[in-house]
Design a protein around this ligand. Structure first.
Ligand code: BV8
Length: 231
């Protein structure tokens, strides 16, 4: 199963391409979720992620997340879950071994190696964040950043390799709630199809991956997944 932001829509999490609301209406996500944007405007980008994290405190996994996790517990090792989402809702629903291709919104990382110690930033110590500025290292000024994969950054190799292996070895791939616009995650559907899998796209709307599908299920995933996986 490959999921995107649409699988969290019925939990109340706006999808990536929903019009940005309010404060963020004037920025495109692709212009905020990059290292260059963070280096140019650390406060703006940090605040965007802080707001997303804050909103996620109040949402729960929906019936779609739960259906996947229950299938995994009923049929161990029969379903590999690959997600582009950084919202942690599959993990919260109880899915084991989630291949999180784009990282995790709840974790932070250091932006640079430590300037003083000239080695990976394990020597950096977080100071309290001044209002409106990312937490930084008191010694060398290194900035904390969200541990998500920004546009232009490589995906975590182990997760991507495991996802590619699962795509090439599966009998059926469900592609759920993704517009199929973001690579290399989007390439997994074609990889599965070329390896002989049946590809099924679950989405209320047309997507860039519909051409790879043997079947299209037009509908919301919180309704479709429980019906599809309840056995
Ligand atoms: C990479 C974390 C190698 C951050 C995300 C030019 C220069 C540089 C790179 C590129 C380039 N051209 C292309 C690329 C590659 C680029 C890319 O794909 N760009 C796109 C915009 C064209 N990819 C990368 O940069 C990747 N890295 O390639 O490294 C490299 C290195 C250097 C130079 C070149 C290449 C990194 C990509 C990862 C980016 N990080 N997230 C954060 O979250 O802030 S991606 C982000 O978009 C989210 O993770 C999200 O999951 C993802 C994809 O969006 P979707 O999940 O599909 O969500 P979307 O809103 O689009 O669609 C929602 C769908 O749900 C819709 O279809 C809707 O109909 C449906 N839906 C709605 N309601 C429901 C529903 N479905 C079911 N039920 C419902 N109820």
């Amino acid at each position: 199963v490959l999921t995107g932001a649409g699988v969290s829509a019925e939990s109340g999490v706006p999808t990536f391409r929903d019009a940005q609301s309010g404060l963020w209406a004037r920025f495109r996500p692709e212009d905020l979720a990059t290292e260059a944007a963070f280096r140019a405007h650390p406060q703006r980008v940090w605040d965007w992620y802080a707001e997303r994290r804050e909103k996620l405190q109040r949402v729960q996994p929906n019936a779609g997340h739960v259906a996947v996790a229950e299938f995994q517990s009923r049929h161990p090792d029969r379903l590999t879950l690959i997600t582009q989402n950084v919202d942690g809702l599959h993990q919260a629903a109880g899915s084991p071994g989630v291949l999180a291709l784009h990282g995790n919104l709840y974790e932070d990382a250091w932006l640079d190696p430590c300037a003083l110690a000239r080695r990976p930033a394990d020597a950096c110590a977080v100071t309290l964040a001044q209002p409106g500025h990312p937490p930084s290292c008191a010694q060398c000024g290194n900035l904390l950043r969200p541990a998500v994969v920004w546009f232009g950054e490589d995906l975590p190799q182990p997760a991507l390799a495991a996802a590619q292996a699962a795509a090439q070895g599966c009998q059926v791939m469900l592609v759920v709630g993704t517009s199929g616009e973001v690579w290399p995650a989007a390439g997994l559907a074609g990889l599965a199809r070329r390896a002989g899998a049946k590809v099924v796209v679950l989405n209320p709307e047309a997507t860039a991956l519909d051409g790879e599908a043997h079947a299209l299920l037009r509908g919301p995933s919180a309704q479709l997944l429980p019906r599809l996986l309840d056995f």
